[in-house]
Design a protein around this ligand. Sequence first.
Ligand code: AMP
Ligand code: TRP
Length: 338
Amino acid sequence: MPRIFSGIQPSGELHIGNYLGAVKNWVALQHAHESFFCIVNYHAITIAFAPDELRRRTRDMAISLLASGLDPAKCVVFVQSDVPEHTELAWIFNTITPLGELERQVQFKDKAGRSEQVMAGLLNYPVLQAADILLYLADTVPVGEDQVQHLELSRVVARNWNTRFSPDAPYFPEPQPKLTPTRRIAGLDGQAKMSKSIGNTIGLLESPDAIWEKLRPVVTDPARQRKTDAGEPEKCPVIYPLHKAFSSPETVTQVETNCRGAQWGCIECKKVLHANIAAELVPIQTRAAELQAKPAMVDELLADGGQRARAVARETIAHVRDAMGLDARTSSPSGATA
Ligand code: AMP
Ligand code: TRP
């Protein structure tokens, strides 16, 4: 059975880009795979943060993930800092990762360009990500398109370690991304990808009224000035892709026909979309409200997830330490197996 690992930063509310690009896929995959889903708070501290806010956001992210349908009976949901082996393996991987590989990561160049002082943690971010995945010997990583380059680096790390310390039989798998048809959701501006840092998001827990206020002014096919103008769905950068994500195939066909034939105005089209988004999100929001009322239960679920993750992580670290001679005081002097 392939093993799955994915992570998400506790950096603010889950938005529908995260949900469609990653989390919805996690919910589907948990049934058929052994899966680990991690709230990566050690990654979150590579940019400016406030401790109290980080603590709150970590639990809020857990609530959003559980409300979206991750089931602790089917998968392991945990917080990265509850499993210190992540940072231990990251350090080890830092020693076999060429600096040039890190310097050419697009996300690093992007974030480094936006900050005055660049900390080493930001550069080493993808090494920690490789450690996250490989600690569980995961070979499949469901993520959005923006993570593909980071996964390439994870494969370089796995290969480098295997070549050096396990040349006869590779120990670490080379993890592959698993993308969805909604691998890149555009933000409400219709240009950049949907992202918290740009502020062009629809939050998973936003009320239907608030979501309508955001959808109403969104740009559609710019050539369609009046309701009587025929439109082209492919030129509608936000609403049409969201229909494909939230509406039934029959509705999508109807959207295409009624846009091209100018039977529907854009507002009518948005109203249909809005109803379908609400139909999917309102049950999630109801579950989230129930979980918000039981913070101790959420904390317990996370603690339990941390223990289950740690049991696996410890085995990997023991193997790595053994292979690298980092257990010199506990194994036999000759290195012979008992
Ligand atoms: P992050 O919030 O950066 O930790 O991202 C969590 C997951 O959501 C990752 O798998 C991302 O690839 C995915 N993701 C983030 N933004 C988008 C987007 N606009 N479209 C599709 N997937 C996304
Ligand atoms: N870098 C990922 C993001 O920003 C989050 C992440 C950290 C991750 N570790 C991971 C994703 C391991 C997949 C696997 O979305």
